[in-house]
Design a protein around this ligand. Structure first.
Ligand code: HEM
Length: 471
C-alpha cells in the first residue's frame, strides 16, 4: 500500500474505518460488512493467556561485553575472549501478581536474561534473590497457589502463604530475603540478579566446574520501605515499569556487572552445603566473585506485546559449554518453561521475533499452527539429501550417578542456619525493619496455629537477636 493508506489484514484497501455498512442511515448493520467482522473478531483474540507466574513485567534490549577470557572454564562462545559483544534481552517481573497488579508491592522480582549468542539463545532465568522457597519441583504449583488468590474469595490471603511456609521450613531462607529490604526494590535498575541455581561449565577438553551467577547493579542496590511502596502503588501501578522505560528513553542506560563463583567439580560435590539445593548459598569467602563481563540495557521495546509478552525464556535454553546441574528444582524447570510457552504462545513460539536466535535454525521439526520459514528441504533424518547433520561437539559432558530410584527427602536437612546467617549479616536497622515487616505480615493472619508455628520457627532461627527485636 502506498501513501500510508489503511488496509485489511489481507492487504485490501480499507474504505471506511468509522462507519459500519448499514441498511439505511438508521441501520441495522449488514452481514456483508466483512471489514467490521474482521475487526471485531481480531479484537476478540487480542489477549493471550498471561504467564501463570511473573505475569507483570518490563523488558529491554542491550549488550553484554565480556571483560575476561573464561575459556579455561567453559567453551561457551559468549564467555571466550575479551571484549566480545553479545546482544541481550532482559525481562524483570513481579512473581505473584497478575499483569495489571501494582509492581511495587512486596514480592521477589524476576530477572530473566537472554543472550543471543553465535551458538543459539542462552537464557539465565533468575530472580533478585540468590535462593528460592522450595527445593522440589513437585511443590511448585502448591507454593504458587498459596501466593495467589483464595479460590472462594478471589482475594490474596496472608493465611495461605504463611500456612504453606509454616509447613515448608525449607522456605525460611527465602522468606527472610522477601520480608527483608530486598522485598521492595526502589527500581528494577537498582537490584542485583542471581542465576540462583548451580550450573555447570565445561571446557573444550571436557573439564567441568560448578558455577553460580551474580549480576551486580552498577546503579547500586536501593530499596524502598513498605510505606513508600504502598504509596507508589496507589499513584502508579506501573511504577517500576515506568522507571525503567523512562531511564532508557532519557539515555540513562542501566548496567550490571556479570560475576561468577567457580567451584571445581569434585570440590563442589563435597562442599559444606548441598550446591544442588537452591535454598542454600555458596559463601563468597570460600569462592569469591569473579567478574567476567558487564551488560547494559539501551533499547526499549518497540512493541510491548511482541517484545515482552511474546518472550519465552527457558532454563533449558543452554549453549555448548553450559549444562544444568543435578539441582532437582532446576531439572523440573527444564521442562516447565518450554511447555508453558507452547500453551501460551503455540508450538512455533521459537519463530517469534523476540525468541528467534541469531543463527539459522536447521532441524527436522515442521508445521503446527503459524509455522513459517520452512521451504522444500528434506524433513526426515537420516537422509541422503544433504540435510543438516549432528554436531557431536555439542554432546553433554554428563555426570557419574549412583543410587536407587525413589521419592527422597532433601539431602541437606538444616533449613534454618542459612536464614540465621543472612539475619546476622544484616545491619541493626535492617534487622528491625525485617522484624517489623514479619510482625505486620503475620498480624493479618487469623489462624493461631499458623502464627504459633511460625513464631516458634523464626525464634529458633534468629535466636536471641530475634527475640530482642520482637519484644
Ligand atoms: C520448579 C520450579 C519452577 C517452576 C515449575 C517454574 C515455572 C514457571 C513458569 C511456568 C513460568 C511462566 C513462563 C512463561 O509463561 O513464559 C515462570 C516464569 C518465571 N520464573 Fe519460574 N518456575 C520455577 C522456579 C523458578 C525459580 C527458582 C526462579 C528463579 C531463580 C524462577 C524465575 C522465573 C522468572 C524470572 C520467570 C519470568 C520469565 C519471564 O520474564 O518471562 N522460577 N516460571
Amino acid at each position: 500500500m502506498s501513501d500510508n493508506k489503511l488496509s485489511t489484514g489481507s492487504g485490501q484497501p480499507w474504505g471506511d474505518n468509522n462507519h459500519s455498512q448499514t441498511a439505511g442511515v438508521r441501520g441495522p448493520v449488514l452481514l456483508q460488512d466483512y471489514q467490521l467482522q474482521e475487526k471485531l473478531a481480531h479484537f476478540n483474540r487480542e489477549r493471550i493467556p498471561e504467564r501463570v507466574v511473573h505475569a507483570k513485567g518490563a523488558g529491554a534490549y542491550g549488550t553484554f561485553k565480556s571483560t575476561k577470557d573464561m575459556s579455561k572454564y567453559t567453551k561457551a562462545d559468549l564467555f571466550n575472549g575479551v571484549g566480545k559483544k553479545t546482544p541481550i534481552f532482559l525481562r524483570f517481573s513481579q512473581v505473584a501478581g497478575e499483569a495489571g497488579y501494582p509492581d511495587t508491592l512486596r514480592d521477589v522480582r524476576g530477572f530473566a536474561l537472554r543472550f543471543y549468542t553465535q551458538e543459539g539463545n542462552y537464557d539465565i532465568v533468575g530472580n533478585n534473590t540468590p535462593v528460592f522457597f522450595i527445593q522440589d519441583p513437585l511443590k511448585f504449583p502448591d507454593f504458587i497457589h498459596s501466593q495467589k488468590r483464595d479460590p472462594r474469595t478471589h482475594l490474596r490471603d496472608n493465611n495461605m502463604q504463611w500456612d504453606f511456609w509454616a509447613h515448608s521450613p525449607e522456605s525460611c531462607h527465602q522468606v527472610t530475603y522477601l520480608m527483608g529490604d530486598r522485598g521492595n526494590p526502589a527500581s528494577y535498575r537498582t537490584m542485583n540478579g542471581y542465576g540462583s541455581h548451580t550450573y555447570k561449565w565445561v571446557t573444550e577438553d571436557g573439564t567441568a566446574y560448578w558455577i553460580k551467577y551474580h549480576f551486580i547493579s552498577k546503579q547500586g542496590v536501593q530499596n524502598m520501605t513498605d510505606e513508600v511502596a504502598t504509596k507508589a502503588a496507589g499513584e502508579d501501578t506501573d511504577y517500576l515499569l515506568h522507571d525503567l522505560f523512562d531511564a532508557i528513553e532519557r539515555r540513562d542506560y542501566p548496567s550490571w556487572k556479570v560475576c561468577v563463583q567457580i567451584l571445581p567439580y569434585e570440590e563442589g560435590l563435597h562442599y559444606k552445603h548441598d550446591i544442588f539445593d537452591v535454598t542454600k548459598v555458596v559463601s563468597h569467602k570460600d569462592y569469591p566473585l569473579i567478574e567476567v563481563g558487564e551488560f547494559t540495557l539501551n533499547k526499549n521495546p518497540t512493541n510491548y506485546f511482541e517484545d515482552v509478552e511474546e518472550a519465552a525464556f527457558a532454563p533449558a535454553n543452554l549453549v555448548p559449554g553450559i549444562e544444568p546441574s543435578l539441582d532437582k528444582l532446576l531439572q523440573g524447570r527444564l521442562f516447565a518453561y518450554k511447555d508453558a510457552a507452547r500453551y501460551r504462545l503455540g508450538a512455533n513460539y521459537e519463530q517469534l521475533k523476540v525468541n528467534r536466535p541469531l543463527n539459522e535454525v536447521k532441524n527436522y521439526e515442521r508445521d503446527g499452527f503459524m509455522s513459517q520459514g520452512h521451504g522444500p528441504e528434506v524433513n526426515y533424518e537420516p537422509n541422503s539429501k544433504n540435510g543438516p547433520v549432528e554436531d557431536h561437539s555439542a554432546r553433554i559432558h554428563g555426570d557419574q550417578l549412583e543410587g536407587q530410584t525413589g521419592n527422597y527427602e532433601a539431602y541437606e536437612t538444616d533449613n534454618f542456619s542459612a536464614a540465621g546467617d543472612l539475619y546476622n549479616v544484616m545491619g541493626e536497622d535492617e534487622k528491625q525493619r525485617l522484624v517489623k515487616t514479619i510482625k505486620e505480615n503475620l498480624g493479618v493472619v487469623d489462624d493461631e496455629n499458623i502464627k504459633q508455628n511460625n513464631f516458634i520457627k523464626l525464634i529458633l532461627i534468629m535466636g536471641s537477636g530475634w527475640q530482642k527485636h520482637w519484644a
